[in-house]
Design a protein around this ligand. Structure first.
Ligand code: PEP
Ligand code: MN
Length: 441
């Protein structure tokens, strides 16, 4: 058993019940022979960018689908998601006056932790959907049976997505001037756009000033963009872990950054053990039940060297609890001398079932949790390092509220998520502009 397989001696929550272990072994062997999706040096560069966030010199914007699906690996969907993230980043960069580190929940976000093993519809009980890496959403026994061949599809879908993302972000599509023009369109077209006219106008003037000064830096034309996902199915993540030839250290080359979810962050569990062995930047979700001792123990295990940029705590307390639960954690972690990135996930603590029966989130709760997160950090003199959001570039109707005022009765129109409700393009931009405005308050 190599070092990377030490996790096998620890209890692993949320692993798919693969029906045929032999078939799984074949898939894992094949994945082990495949080229890396990302390079160790890129993971190191992201770690150094996140170190700047930890020091209070940069901001982290992370976002994308709750669950990517194979049928949405298309140029339109990937482009619109990327475009939305870039637009948000442009607004936040101006408002925060610091670099924004851009990380997608993309090119690997195919595996989902679930609260139940089975689901019953009309008296029929079947295994729950665990993400496209494991089984299908369709409610039939065939589709819901875990199939390890899907791990290969995950690898190929991730590769295709990443290839397109790399082309878009370095090939001129992400030029800041173009991104700003998209934002101007949004301000002109969205119902709440008027509110943002002033901010958009200021960015326009700043760009005009730079142009007048003859500044036409390469930095405006390309962006650094990183891929992240929840490291959930450990057979897949371990099969894509490689020893870096430069340093001899292990990197999970399935994505630049991986995170551990709220349901799998047990200190003595397999996921934390796995993450402790790899050099990638690591995120850990922290829900409202997290104690300061839990957080300190996670630091001890995942970031024993107290290396800024190594560890990101993604807090998801819920709007109603963030002001109460977050201060104790931040205070004790800061007092311990650790320099983690604090990032707010304003989605997962604010989910509820609407009257019409859809799993949804209210835009105002999302915004309120972000505001609470900023308030807590400002109160303590620590850095509100970033936000982590579930979003899509499409005009879906999955979260209620926002400038377009999506109502419960509208949810049925375009409810397309394979798992949790995402902000649509306009709600995501609303959030970026409103967060930007909090920088002036
Ligand atoms: C998620 O990010 O989709 C997720 C499941 O989050 P959490 O682990 O915070 O519940
Ligand atoms: Mn989710």
């Amino acid at each position: 058993m190599s070092n990377i397989h030490s996790y096998r001696s620890f209890p692993a929550a949320q692993q798919p019940p693969w029906p045929d272990p032999e078939a799984l072994r074949g898939v894992v062997a094949e994945l082990e022979s495949r080229p890396p999706l990302v390079f160790a040096g890129e993971c190191d560069l992201l770690r150094s960018r996140l170190a700047a966030v930890a020091r209070g010199e940069a901001f982290l914007l992370q976002g994308g689908d709750c669950a990517e699906t194979f049928d949405k690996v298309g140029v339109e969907q990937i482009r619109s998601k990327l475009k939305t993230l870039l637009q948000m980043a442009a607004v936040l960069t101006y408002a925060a006056s610091v670099p924004v580190v851009k990380v997608g929940r993309i090119a690997g976000q195919y595996s989902k932790p679930r609260s139940r093993d089975t689901e019953t519809r009309n008296g029929v009980e079947l295994p729950v959907y665990r993400g496209d890496s494991v089984n299908g959403t369709e409610f039939t026994p065939e589709s819901r049976t875990p199939d390890p061949e899907r791990l290969k599809r995950m690898y190929h879908a991730s590769a295709a997505t990443l290839n397109l993302v790399r082309a878009f972000t370095t090939g001129g599509y992400a030029d800041l001037r173009q991104v700003h023009a998209w934002n101007q369109d949004f301000v002109a077209m969205s119902p709440s756009g008027k509110r943002y006219e002033q901010l958009a106008g200021e960015i326009d003037k700043a760009l005009a000033f730079m142009r007048a000064c003859g500044m036409d830096a390469e930095e405006l034309r390309t962006v650094e963009f990183y891929a992240s996902h929840e490291a959930l199915v450990l057979d897949y993540e371990a099969a894509l872990t490689r020893t870096d030839s430069r340093s001899g250290e292990l990197y999970d080359v399935s994505g630049h950054m991986v995170w551990i979810g709220e349901r799998t962050r047990r200190l003595d569990g397999a996921h934390v053990e796995f993450a402790s062995k790899i050099r990638n930047p690591i995120g850990v979700k922290l829900g409202p039940a997290t104690t300061a001792d839990d957080a300190l123990a996670l630091i001890e295990k995942l970031d024993p060297g107290r290396e800024p940029g190594r560890l990101t705590f993604i807090t998801r307390m819920g709007a109603a609890r963030v002001r109460d639960r977050l201060p104790g954690l931040v205070e004790k972690v800061t007092a311990s001398g650790a320099r983690v990135v604090w990032q707010c996930d304003p989605m997962h603590g604010n989910t509820f079932s609407s009257e019409s029966g859809y799993k949804t989130r209210t835009f105002d709760d999302v915004l309120d949790e972000v505001k609470g997160f900023f308030e807590v950090h400002h109160g303590l003199g620590t850095h509100p390092g970033g936000i982590h959001v579930e979003l899509t570039g499409d005009d879906v109707t999955e979260c209620v509220g926002g400038g377009d005022e999506i109502l419960d009765a509208d949810l049925k129109d375009r409810y397309e998520t394979a798992c949790d409700p995402r902000l649509n393009r306009s709600q995501a931009l609303d959030l970026a502009f409103l967060v930007a405005e909090t920088y002036r308050d």
